[in-house]
Structures are given as C-alpha cells and as structure tokens.
Design a protein around this ligand. Structure first.
Ligand SMILES: C[S@@+](CC[C@H](N)C(=O)[O-])C[C@H]1O[C@@H](n2cnc3c(N)ncnc32)[C@H](O)[C@@H]1O
Length: 1013
C-alpha cells in the first residue's frame, strides 16, 4: 500500500480537544445525529489532512451506498469510511442494518458519539469509548495508519482486482488529465502518441481510448514482467516501448509511478504467488485469459462489448486447429507445418489459435514457420501484449531462446482492407503490417467479435464504419437479399467473414471461424449464404446452438459456449478450385446440451472427420435449413416482394405494391401517453432540451465534440442515433419525432386517412412469437403484436405525402389473377378481405409456419369459387370486428363486488385469476364467467384479453420516470367496458375462424402434384 504519514501527537491532541468542545456546545440543545455528527466530521477531516487524505461527506459509492464520509488518499483511492449515528441509537443494531445493505468494511468507523466500532479487513477489529480522549486518539491512529493486508488466495485476488480496477483506473485517469494540463513534456508525448494511434488504429480515436491504453499499460505491465518471467518486456515489445515513452513523460513532474503502483501490491503479490505455483503453461495461459476478461469486465465494459473481449475455450480452439490441419492434408495435400502455408488470425485476443497451431509444428520447422508464415492482428493493447507474450513464450520453451514475434501487428484488421499506405505506429509495426499484407494467406482462423453495435444510442458505443468492407458487403451480401432489413449484415462478425474471404485473394484456402451463426438461417443473410457458396466449394457448419432469444428455455450462461445470448457455430469454409461441386455440410448438437456437454463433444470428435455431417440442399431462395418448409408455398401469390416495392409502376407480380414496417419512435415513453396534456408537456420538455443543445453547439462552433455538450443521462430526453445526427446537422427539432417512419407517411399521411384507410399488419419474416395478423386504421408501431418481432403493414390505399392522390395499393396484376379465376365481379376489396381471412386460416398457419418465418406470406388461390366467396365474407366480418372493436357489444360477464372495499373503477394492474375464469379489476370489482374460447384468439404470445390487461396498467418508465396511467377521470368506466368488448371480439373471432376452417379445407388449395403430408 502507499506509505502512510505518521500522525503527530500534539496535533492530534489539539483536534481531539476541539472535538470535545464542539460536542459540548450541542449538549442539551441538539443531540440527534445530524447535529452532533459535525463534531466528528471536523475531527476526521482535520486528522485526514495530516496524512494527506481527504474526507468527502455524503458521496454515493458502488451499490448506491452513501456513507457519511469517504476518506480518499492523494491518488483518490478510497482508504476508509465513516458512519455516524445519533447518541440515542443502538449502535450494534445500526451496524447490523448497514452490513445487511453491503456496506464496505475495509476500514470503517461506526460511531454514535459515545462508542465507536472499527471494522478492518471485513472484521470487527476494535471498540473504543469515545468519552475517553486516549481511546479517541487510538481510534484515529488505528484508522489513519491502516494498510490493507495482502490477499490470501489467487481467486480472491483476481476477483478483487476486477472490483478495484474501475477505482484504480479512475484515479489514474484523474492524474493523466491533470498532467495533460500542467506537464508540457507529457502533453508533447501524449499528442505525438495520439497522432500515431490516429494513423494506425482509427482516424477518429478519442483521447479516452488513449487514456485507456496508458491505464491498461500501467496497471498490468508488472504482471507480464513477473508472471511471464520476462523482465525486459517493456523494452522488447515495440508498442510497449512506445507507450513507456509517454509514461516516462507522465511521471516526469509530480506523479510517482512507484508510489502509486504500491497500492496494487496486495493484488500482485497474491497473483504472482499463485502464478509461481502454476506448473504447466496451459494453466498459466488460463490465468492470463482470466486477467484479460476480468480487466475489461471491470473497466472498459463498453469497449469489451464492442470488440468481443472474451477468450475462446481451449476445446473450440483445439477442434478448429485440428480441423484446419485435417482439411489442409485431405484437400490440399499439405499441412500447417509446411513452409509457405501462411496463416492469419485477424482478431488474435490472447493468441490461443496461434499458440495451438505453433504447438503442432515439429521443432525443426518451428523457426522458419515462426518467422515467415504466422500472422495475427489485435486492436486492443492489453490482448496485444498478452498474445505477444504467449506466442513468444511458446517459441521460447520449444527453442530455448527468445525471439520477438514479428508476425503480430497492433492494428485494426478491417482497416487493412482500406488500403491506406501510412506509417502504422512505429516503424517496426509498419514493417510488420506491410509484410503481412504481402503474405499469400491460405488459412484465416479465429474468433471474430460478434457485437452489432450498441443496443442504445445514448451509450455512444457504436461499431465503427469501414467504407471498403461495408461497400463490399453492400455489393455482395446485401445486394441480392430479399430481406427488407439488412442492417444485421453490418455486424462485426459478418465484416470479418467478408474480409477473410477477400483476403484469400482468389486463391484456394480455408476460412475457419467460430462466431455468431445467425447467418445460417436468418432471412437477412440469404444473399450472404448465396455468396458463401459462390466463394467456397465446401462449407462445414457445426451448430453449437445457444440462441437464448430464440429459445427462452435456454440460459446463456449454462447452454452457450461463450455464455452469450446469440447462437454460436464453427464454420470451416473451403475453396478448392479443382472441385467444381458445391456442398454445405451441417451438424447440430442437441439444443438442450449445456456448455460442458458441447465442449466435451468437441474433445471427443477431435476434428471434422468424425462428425456425422448432414448434406444440405439449399433452395432457390438460398435457404440452407429447409426442414419443415413446404415448397408449394413459394408458388402462391406473394403479398409483397422487395423488388416490386421499389419497381416503377404498379403492375407487378405481387398482391400489394407498397408495404411498410410500423413506426419506431425509439422514445416511446416520451412519445406515447394516455393523457394528451401530459403528452404535450413531455414533448415540449424533450424539444426544449434538444433545441438548447443546438443553440449551444451553434455558439461554440465546430471546435467542440457535439455530444460533449449534452448530458446523455438526462432522463427527459433520449439521445438516439437520429437525434444525435440532427444535432450535428444543427437542425432544430421539427419533423423527426419518430426515429423511423418507413413508408407510413404514404399510408397515413393525414388524420383523415386514419378514418378511410386500413392496413393488414402481419409478422415480418424472422418472427419469434407465433405468426400473427391484425387489421387497423391507426398508424401502427414496429412491434405491434410482439416486442420481439417486426411487423409489416399492407395498406388498402396509398397517398402522396400531403394526403392527396389516393390510390388503391392492390396491383392490377393481382386483380387479373383473381378475376381470371372467379369472374370479373371480383373487386380489390374482395381480395383485401380474402387475404385477411386466409392469414387467419388455422391449417394455413400450421402448415406454413416455417415458410412464414422465412418469407412474407404467399396466398393460395382456392380451387372452388364457393370457398373463395366464403373466405371473402368471413374476411370482411373479421376485419369489421377488429377495426371496430370499440363498438362491439359488452360481453355479459358476471359482476362481483367486494363490499369490504369502497367501490372504484380505478385500475392499477388487472389480474386474471389462476383458473383464468375471471379478471380482478381492482380490490372492489371482479368480472367473472370468462368464456374460455376467448383465450384462443391470440396475437403474438398473448390472447387479446391479456394484451388489454398488460397494456392498461399504471406504470413508470425507469429511465425518464414518466408515469403512464390509463385511467381517464372523464370516463372512469372505459377500461371495464373495454375488457368486456374485447371478450366479445375474441369469442366472435374464434367463431369466425372455426367457420372458416369448415368452409375452406386444405384440399381447396393443394393440388395433386403438391406433397400432401
Ligand atoms: C473473441 S476475441 C478473440 C479471442 C481469442 N481467440 C482468444 O482465445 O483469446 C476477439 C478479439 O478481436 C479483437 N478485435 C476486435 N475487432 C478487431 C479489429 N477490427 N482488428 C483487430 N482485432 C480486433 C478484440 O480486441 C478481441 O481481443
């Protein structure tokens, strides 16, 4: 720990005298906590001053805890805590209460002016009688000279290291920022280094990221020196040496690095002691992996997320490396050990693939391979260090001499595709990058980051854009896609697939990645699948599952090999130009297997050879997994297609010309309300905050980063992508209340359109909740019927944006198809109603469930005219009751009043009884006799009735604290009436759907040539 200055006895005595005097002044006048604690506060503050600590009153610390005083040392590190209680309080009880809330007990005084209890190292250490000046003096001495003991075990040390990293990092950050103002040498060194980073890593790199590197370096460099037994690390490593120069400048004035780092002794001693006991290298590596992950989890959480900081389990690394070796031998008659077989890991992390592959090379070949054929890149400093050390250590243990590994580059792999020819950091690094670029890569292997940018724009954590790679994705994976939303194609892992494929530069070779595997079956990746099969001749995909969002019964931590939420798979894509036929080979491990079972499977199988691969037959839409799909579906009439939507003219081969997703506000709590006055107020506040940011930015001009002017945590506004973009354009707030409105301005451009127009809202492909459909004449939102899914709207009419020029949106092509089949009297409204009915047909939904997940609905023409007419009639009835649900009769539910409670209409949160026969409206009223068929009418995952129960409740948005209250004082009975009407609508819908199933059978659309199973 940092040295502590001894306390001077006379000064202490004076302070204690003053303390008693002050306490005396309160006596008899005010002896409650708030009054008397000032005396102790002054005593502590004064004594703290002596040892160069500082008392900070009422500061909220981790876990929302707010001690009466936090004592911080000159590095701003927390050294002690103080909690005061009133003289009348039962101190032991109060202590127990505090401990239960997780109060820190590192070095903590609890006192009530009579007694003090001192906790140290999480134990009750001493008690003092505060009426005795000698005891007060002992207490202060014990408190202010306390240093925390070394941590006993490795696990504890690593855990505590993770917990303390944020605090240590913040302390260093404050020092860096201070020195950047006062220390000329440091300013020059920092700026020069920043310029290098800009050229080498990211032209837009912020000083935060550079600060972070300095912090990572300062906090971990000792671990590498000692654990790897590599005392010269910081001089040998080309990047570390460069950073050292900046650190030297940082410490040239007042900052004493040695002194600061002493505060880490207690972690390091334990970690180092534990590392000494580790015999095998793989255990030591495991230890480093832990440091790698924990450091980022504890500190750069956002960047860890963006770059995918998680190490790859050894079993996966081993399986992939063994498979690559197998394919090299089998397909190309060569081997990892063969000179000239050049290999790259573009996202090296801790270097696990490189080390594993080097391990496979016979010693006599190792030097050549190490010097010529192995390459890897890393963008983050800490893993870059770890990878260098790991790889160099592998070489050292095999050959017995140190040789720096020239194949590793500190660079952004995706940036290399941009073809910039500039110095990349230091000369050595530039040279390395040039050498790497010239290499004839045959194998790309690794575990690319899977993050698709931030969930929330206010996080300022978006993935970076790469013009060249993004353009390549645009012209290949996106161009031929049938999907409406292709943003998933810009996920990092997809960029790495594109980069890796292009990096083979047309030669034969292998790309082997473990990654998010949404590309295997999601519709947005149809064109990516198509291109993969053009770029490669054989593609193996081992599906390791773990998609928690698709199967909520799974848990990320238990079932997913990376502990994440998205599905994971190993892809081995092979290009062998002498093999013309294309193959996709797929194997799926059981979905319910936990992580260990999956990893054991990989160990057991060792490489791709022993897996029972299933040959897939991709269909013409580039679907690989066609299980459960029925081929006749694609021959039915599509309700909409992407090509037709953008084509000129209306005479296209789909039922509807235009369709659109529902609107996205990205600020629902601000943009929706049951109360018009409240809504207006919310909007005004939001707009005011935003517009004043525009004013401020205008005043400050271009020299300031726009987001530095705003408080992204202000709950009254949400800084979404589009709000930020508008700020940067200095655009005042007018028409961008919605984040995305898609084509809704052509469907409901003006209020009157909401009366006359009507849209059929259906689940978009890729839905997770069951397929759903609903008609509405009000602007719908993107997730109308399920929060997990997007919904597409098919309008009857479309307009120009000013509300004029109303046109029917059903194509003439569709009309001619129907008229040819059923006669010229068929109208476009008939078609609209027919489509609505067919999408409610139970057999249609069941048979085509898998097709509907991958495609927009296709609607069959029915053989019999009576069946068609029945469908039109029932479709119209269904649409009428759904559009006019507020006019439905109130279902005669049984009215049960509870006379023990005063009668009220007010709804806080309604509930269904467990047997689902009644709705408890509130304490005073229950509506019973619920007909059970009303639960059969389901929209997404809920019945219509459950939607009403869920949506009509009093709630509060956590972030903005905006309350939502569905009760309307001018019409108190509304919600109860609504419940009864929705029951009628549900029962009626179920009746009509049953009638439909009777009137139209599957034979009505199936023909003999279609498979009838
Ligand atoms: C999932 S980890 C790889 C783990 C590695 N296989 C291991 O076992 O340690 C991904 C790594 O890629 C790095 N990375 C992410 N984007 C990168 C880029 N554009 N260029 C280079 N490295 C990148 C991250 O910093 C991270 O260390």
């Amino acid at each position: 720990m940092p040295t502590t200055t001894p306390l001077s006895t006379p000064v202490l005595k004076k302070a204690i005298d003053r303390y008693y005097k002050e306490l005396d002044e309160y006596k008899g006048r005010a002896d409650y906590e708030l009054a008397v604690r000032t005396a102790f506060l002054n005593l502590l503050a004064e004594t703290a001053h002596q040892v160069k600590w500082m008392l900070i009153p009422e500061q909220t610390i981790e876990g929302g805890i707010r001690p009466d005083g936090v004592l911080r040392d000159s590095f701003d590190l927390k050294r002690g805590f103080w909690e005061a209680k009133g003289p009348q309080s039962d101190l032991d009880k109060e202590i127990a209460r505090k401990i239960a809330t997780g109060y820190p007990l590192i070095n903590t005084i609890f006192e009530n002016t009579k007694r003090a209890v001192l906790f140290q190292n999480k134990k009750r250490a001493y008690e003092y009688d505060l009426q005795n000046p000698k005891a007060v003096s002992d207490l202060l001495t014990q408190f202010f000279t306390y240093t925390e003991p070394d941590i006993a075990t490795f696990e504890e040390a690593v855990q505590e290291f993770k917990e303390r990293v944020p605090e240590l990092a913040r302390a260093l950050l404050a020092i860096i920022e201070r020195e950047y103002k006062l220390n000329k040498k440091f300013i020059t060194a920092f700026d020069a280094f920043a310029e290098l980073c800009r050229q080498a890593l990211d032209p837009k790199i912020s000083s935060d990221v550079i600060n972070e590197m300095l912090i990572q370096h300062l906090l971990t460099e000792r671990l590498f020196r000692t654990i790897f037994d590599n005392p010269d690390f910081i001089t040998r490593n080309v990047i570390a040496a460069e950073i050292e120069k900046v650190i030297q400048a940082l410490t040239s004035r007042v900052f004493n690095r040695h002194e600061f780092l002493k505060s880490l002794d207690r972690f390091y001693v334990a970690i180092e002691a534990a590392a000494k006991g580790i015999e095998s290298w793989s255990e030591r590596q495991h230890f480093l992996n832990t440091v790698y992950e924990r450091f980022f989890q504890g500190y750069s959480v956002k960047r860890a997320d963006t770059y995918g900081i998680v190490y790859t389990p050894q079993e996966i690394v081993d399986f992939m490396c063994a498979s690559v070796e197998e394919v090299l031998q089998r397909e190309f008659g060569t081997s990892v050990s063969e000179p000239g077989v050049q290999i790259i890991d573009p996202c090296v992390g801790t270097g696990s693939y490189m080390v594993n592959l080097l391990h496979r090379i016979p010693t006599h070949r190792l030097k050549y391979k190490y010097e010529h054929d192995f390459f890897c890149n890393e963008i983050m400093l800490l893993p870059y260090y770890i990878a260098s050390l790991n790889i160099e250590h592998e070489f050292y243990t095999r050959i017995g001499e140190y040789e720096s590994f020239e194949g590793i580059c500190f660079t952004d792999t995706l940036e290399l595709a941009e073809g910039r020819q500039i110095p990349l950091f230091v000369e050595e690094n530039t040279g390395r990058v040039e050498r790497e670029k010239a290499a004839q890569i045959m194998v790309v292997i690794g575990n690319p980051p899977y993050n698709m940018g931030q969930k929330n724009e206010s996080e300022n954590n978006k993935n970076r854009r790469y013009p060249v790679i993004d353009q390549r994705i645009h012209e290949t994976y996106a161009k031929d896609s049938k999907a409406t939303l292709t943003n998933k194609l810009y996920d990092s892992y997809v960029k790495f697939f594109r980069w890796a494929t292009d990096r083979l530069q047309g030669r034969d070779g292998i790309v082997c990645f473990v990654s998010n595997n949404s590309f295997v079956n999601q519709i947005a990746f149809d064109s990516m699948r198509k291109h993969l099969l053009q770029d490669f001749t054989q593609i193996y995909h081992l599906d390791l599952h773990g998609n928690v969002r698709r199967n909520p019964k799974l848990s990320g931590t238990t079932h997913n090999v990376f502990g994440i939420q998205v599905g994971v798979g190993i892809t081995i894509a092979i290009r062998s130009s002498w093999k013309p036929e294309r193959k996709v080979l797929y194997y799926r491990v059981p979905e319910t297997w936990n992580k260990t079972e999956k990893l054991n499977f990989l160990v057991e199988k060792a490489n791709i050879t022993y897996i029972d691969w299933l040959g897939l037959q991709p269909d013409e839409k580039n679907t690989w997994l066609t299980e459960g799909m029925h081929p006749e579906f694609v021959n039915f009439l599509p309700i909409g297609t992407k090509e037709i939507k953008v084509a000129k003219g209306v005479n296209a081969e789909a039922i509807f010309k235009l369709y659109s997703l529902g609107v996205v506000t990205s600020r629902d709590s601000h943009a929706y309300s049951f109360d018009l006055t409240q809504l207006r107020q919310q909007a005004i506040t939001f707009i005011d905050i935003y517009n004043s940011a525009v004013d401020a930015l205008k005043r400050r001009g271009k020299e300031i980063a726009p987001m530095s002017l705003v408080d992204a945590t202000d709950p009254h506004i949400k800084w979404t992508r589009q709000v930020k973009a508008s700020l940067i354009r200095l655009q005042y707030f007018d028409d961008f209340w919605n984040e995305e409105r898609y084509q809704q301005h052509l469907i409901f451009p003006i209020l009157t359109a909401e009366g006359e127009n009507c849209v059929i809202v259906v689940s978009d492909h890729g839905h997770r909740a069951p397929f759903s459909v609903l008609a509405t004449n009000i602007i719908p939102e993107l997730h109308l019927l399920a929060s997990t899914d997007a919904f597409q709207c098919f309008p009857y009419y479309v307009y120009t944006e000013d509300g004029s020029n109303r046109r029917e949106n059903i194509t003439d092509w569709a009309l001619s198809q129907f008229q040819a089949k059923y006669g010229s009297e068929v109208t476009k409204w008939d078609i609209f109603h027919f489509v609505y009915a067919m999408m409610h047909h139970p057999q249609y939904r069941e048979r085509y469930a898998e097709n509907l997940k991958r495609d927009l609905p296709h609607i069959p023409l029915l053989h019999r005219k009576e069946a068609f007419l029945a469908c039109v009639r029932i479709g119209k009835q269904l649409m009428d009751i759904h559009l006019h649900y507020e006019h439905a009769n109130e279902y005669p539910l049984k009215w049960i009043e509870n006379h023990d409670a005063p009668f009220s209409w007010r709804v806080e949160k309604m509930r269904l009884t467990p047997d689902r026969t009644a709705v408890i409206v509130n304490e005073s009223l229950t509506l019973a006799g619920m007909p059970q068929e009303c639960f059969q009418y389901r929209l997404g995952n809920r019945s219509a009735l459950e939607w009403v129960i869920d949506q009509y409740q009093v709630s509060e948005d956590k972030r903005s604290e905006i309350a939502s209250d569905p009760n309307n004082l001018d019409d108190e009975e509304y919600i109860v009436r609504l419940v009864r009407k929705v029951v009628t609508v549900s029962v009626e819908t179920v009746r009509l759907v049953n009638e439909l199933a009777q009137a139209v059978k599957m034979e009505d659309w199936m023909s003999e040539t279609m498979e009838a199973n």
